[in-house]
Design a protein around this ligand. Structure first.
Ligand SMILES: [Zn+2]
Length: 302
């Protein structure tokens, strides 16, 4: 994989925001920030997290199996992963917390509901709910241009977002997720941390983050990072099943207030949109989700 020019021009060092060299080179294994040092590029996917050696050590086995699953575990990719991992001894191994069903990964139709008195009524409700999905709400409000989808999962939304009028990048801390989403949608895959986005200032027209912000330890860091990366007037499109962000009084206004204190204006919002997870023919989950279309305000009003 060689990275397209628009994508290498839109990426930056996750620690200092400085330029990265070597990203656009063919079959590169390393990209470098002059001040902060090297970052690995595994089978064409740059790993642009603040502590790349720790990421490689923590997710060593997980990254190996993600590469193997995608048929990308070349000798040079494995060597690069190992070289970085060796620089962070003692890191505790962890899996990627990928959260998708087998049929979602395959891009297949969901399983049929188990026959019985519940099935017909439920099928009718699920049909209505699918039309109101938060992912559709976000997609309809995503502008053309350079777009990042953060927390891409297996790429169900990426496939619809990647139109001719958009240059789409998919970002996730999971190598397995960005490989799956890229395979499905043709988007450019980058491993990244949502709290330290490796994005060049003012390079993006939109950032879409579905069910991501409530999982972060530092949601404020995410908003600051996203504001820097967006062009003035750019869009930040969010969906969250937990917009109170764990506040003790379950105040669902927390997410929107955090966004506005980071300098975003709420263009449009909605709540109670059904996010369906059809795990099997017998098990269906429904989350009622809040969605926000935010705009990078050109000047801070006081
Ligand atoms: Zn740097």
């Amino acid at each position: 994989m060689t990275m397209p020019k628009w994508a290498s021009a839109a990426l930056a060092c996750p620690r200092c925001g400085g330029a990265l060299s070597g990203l656009a080179a063919k079959q590169t294994t390393v990209t470098r920030c002059e001040d902060c040092g090297p970052y690995p590029v595994l089978a064409g996917v740059p790993v642009l997290v603040p502590e790349p050696a720790r990421w490689c050590a923590t997710f060593y086995d997980a990254a190996l199996s993600a590469l193997a699953e995608a048929d990308l575990a070349s000798r040079v990719a494995v060597q690069t992963l190992k070289a970085f991992a060796d620089a962070a001894p003692g890191a505790e191994a962890s899996r990627f917390s990928d959260d998708w069903t087998a049929w979602e990964a395959a891009g297949a139709a969901p399983p049929e509901l188990h026959e019985g008195p519940g099935a017909d009524a439920l099928a009718e409700l699920l049909k209505i709910a699918a039309l109101q999905a938060p992912s559709l709400w976000l997609e309809h409000r995503t502008p053309d241009g350079v777009v990042l989808e953060l927390g891409c999962g297996a790429g169900a939304t990426s496939a619809r977002l990647n139109t001719k009028r958009r240059s789409l990048m998919v970002g996730d801390v999971s190598l397995r997720a960005v490989l799956a989403a890229s395979h499905r949608s043709g988007a450019v895959p980058v491993v990244m941390d949502a709290q330290a986005l490796p994005l060049r200032a003012r390079a993006f027209d939109a950032i879409v983050a579905e069910n991501v912000v409530d999982l972060l330890e530092d949601a404020e860091g995410f908003f600051t990072s996203a504001k820097l990366a967006l062009k003035p007037g750019g869009a930040l499109l969010l969906a969250s099943p937990a917009p109170s962000l764990g506040s003790p009084d379950e105040d669902d206004g927390v997410l929107a207030r955090l966004a506005s204190s980071a300098g975003f204006e709420v263009d449009e919002s909605a709540d109670g949109l059904p996010w369906l997870r059809r795990n099997s023919g017998r098990f269906v989950e429904v989350w009622l989700v809040q969605v926000l279309a935010l705009r990078h305000s050109r000047a801070k009003r006081r």
